[in-house]
Structures are given as C-alpha cells and as structure tokens.
Design a protein around this ligand. Structure first.
Ligand code: HEM
Length: 316
C-alpha cells in the first residue's frame, strides 16, 4: 500500500511469471524475453523497481547496524537484521555486491512467500465462516475471551480458531499445486520411475478433497475434525496428509508466523466488525463449484466483496 510503485511492480512481476506457466506455447515468452518486448519488457522493468526497493531496505538496515553497535541494548531484532548479522559473521562472500544480492533475494523471497499466501488464506477463511454461522459464533465466543491487549501466548489458546483456519487451508490451500523437476533419474518408494528433467506436480487442493484421506464429508467445512480428542484442543494433522505448507525438508519456514498473523488479523477484525460476504459466503451449492481462479495462488474469482458492519458492542 505504498506509493513508491513497489507494490504494483511486485504484483505485475508475480502475474507475468505465473502467466509463463500457463502459456500454451512457451517459446512465445522466450522470444519476447530475448527481444525485450511486451510483458517480458514489463517484467524486466518491474524487477528493477523491486530490486531497488530491496537494496534501499538493505542500505537503511546497514545504517541501523552501525547505530546498534553504539547502542547494543536497542538492537533491532527483526528478521532481516538477524539475517544480516548472520551473513556478516557466518557466510563468506567473494565481494560486497554478492552479499547484497544474497540479502536482496532473502527479502524478495520472504515478501513473495508471505504476502499473498496469508491474504489468500484469510479471504477463503472469511468466505467459509460467512456461510457457516455456527462457526462464526464459536470463533466470536473464543475471541471474546481475549484481553484487548492480547499477547502471543494468548493467541495459542485459540483452539477453535486454529482449527477453523486449518480447515479453511485444507479446502482452499493458497498454493494449490506444487511442482518439482527432477535433477536425475530416480525411483520413488512405491516403485514409480521418473527420468531426469521430468516435472512432478501434486495438488494440495485435490488432496484436501479425497474422501479416502479425509472421509465422506471431505467437501464440508468442519473445523471440529481438527478437535477430535473431545477436549477442545487443536490436533495437528500429519504434514504429508495436509500439504498446504508443503512438507518434508522444504516445508514453509513461515508456517507459525502465518498462524500468528492470521489469528491477529481475525481477532482484530472480528472484535470491531461483522464481515458480511456480498455473495452470501460458502453455501452448500457454492461449495460444489467454488469461485476460484487459478494462478500461482488460489485466488477468489472477482475478489472478495464484503460489507463491514461496526459491532454495536465489543465482544469483551
Ligand atoms: C497461509 C500462509 C502460507 C502458506 C499457505 C504457505 C505455503 C508455503 C508452501 C506451499 C511452500 C513451499 C513452496 C515450494 O517449495 O514450492 C512455502 C515455502 C516457504 N514459505 Fe510459506 N506459506 C505461508 C506463509 C508464509 C509466511 C508468512 C512466510 C514468511 C514470512 C513464509 C515463508 C516461506 C519460505 C521462506 C518458504 C521457502 C522454504 C524453502 O524453500 O526452504 N510463508 N510456503
């Protein structure tokens, strides 16, 4: 939401990169890139804006580092400052430019990984909750138990909300399809043979809707399935059954942070407003044919239109 052009450049770059995946004839974008025309020219310009923005952040953090050395008690503890401290002390670079580029890539990958994924997840969450008023009520009851100056530990006590967010990610994983390409011939544990340079994709969206995995009610939004112990405490699922954050060694690094962000936003919004989906939210009929559009992320077709109604009383 800044006016430096960064946000627009970032969105343009993501859109142009995803359109490459869906191009019927990949040679076309490659030709455009080599001639520096059309969307590929725009991508190059956007990348320049993004890089400059990231380098500016690095510059300002470097200044901050000098200041921190003089006033160590006020040291900056944000993620990038920690990365910068680590790269200075533990990683060797041939020159300063390579180090700057490494830090730039860290910044961009974190923005890319954390920005649209969390907002896409919240979009589907509010849409689903809108169509399931009893879930809305249960979340609101839980939110009402929090002190207005809630802490990180307080957020951990929101078991029903955690279950509802997980259920929403199961049905609408923001990264719906994940691809890998093979570096060499391989045989998988089940005996499947794959050759070098093959693509292997899995769909987290489809996996969340397989009845053998999630039961005959797999297409229904039921946060209760994550609270099956009977004690109201959230029970995590096996990561390979629930790959919304990917799984194995390259699993999402920001998973815990994403839950903290999502819970904080839900609590802050639901305390103040009733969020009313203009399309009525996730009715049983719409659940059969959800309004998604496929890009790198599982976005809502036409965006999520809502009315915000100020709550007359604070749930606290
Ligand atoms: C609901 C929100 C989120 C979802 C659904 C999500 C999902 C994912 C998925 C599926 C991957 C694997 C991508 C791949 O390898 O192809 C991934 C990787 C990653 N995510 Fe997230 N993510 C979320 C939020 C965040 C946040 C908030 C951050 C950090 C601020 C973050 C940081 C990362 C990073 C750094 C990786 C790369 C890990 C690696 O390759 O080793 N994510 N995420």
């Amino acid at each position: 939401m800044d006016n430096s052009g960064f946000a627009k450049a970032f969105n343009d770059a993501v859109d142009i990169c995803s359109s490459r995946f869906f191009a019927p004839i990949p040679a076309v974008w490659r030709i455009k890139r080599s001639l520096n025309i059309g969307s590929e020219k725009k991508l190059k310009e956007s990348i320049k804006i993004i890089d400059d923005f990231a380098f500016e952040i690095i510059k300002s953090k470097a200044k901050q580092e000098q200041y921190d050395r003089i006033y160590p008690d006020w040291r900056n503890q944000d993620l990038l400052s920690r990365f910068m401290a680590k790269t200075s002390s533990e990683i060797e670079f041939d020159d300063e430019a390579k180090k700057r580029k490494f830090l730039r890539d860290i910044i961009i990958s974190f923005i890319l990984a954390g920005k649209d994924s969390t907002s896409t997840a919240l979009t589907w969450f509010f849409w689903l909750v809108n169509g399931h008023p009893h879930c809305d009520r249960l979340i609101l009851n839980e939110v009402a138990t929090l002190d207005p100056t809630f802490t990180y530990d307080d957020l951990k006590s929101l078991n029903y909300l955690h279950a509802a967010l997980s259920e929403s990610l199961r049905l609408f994983p923001p990264v719906p399809i994940n691809s890998r390409s093979t570096v060499s011939d391989d045989v998988w544990p089940d005996g499947t043979r794959v050759s070098k340079d093959w693509f292997a994709d899995y769909s987290a969206y489809a996996m969340g809707r397989i009845d053998k995995v999630w039961g005959p009610d797999c297409r229904e939004f039921k946060p209760e399935r994550w609270l099956h112990g009977g004690d109201g405490v959230f029970k995590p699922s096996d990561q390979f059954k629930f790959p919304a954050f990917h799984c194995g060694p390259r699993t999402c690094l920001g998973k815990d942070m994403a839950f903290v962000q999502m819970k904080t936003i839900v609590v802050a919004l639901m305390r103040e407003f009733e969020i009313i989906a203009v399309d009525g939210g996730a009715t049983a009929e719409k659940m059969m044919d959800p309004p998604y559009t496929l890009s790198l992320l599982l976005k809502m077709r036409g965006g999520f239109l809502v009315r915000l109604k100020k709550r007359r009383f604070n749930p606290n």
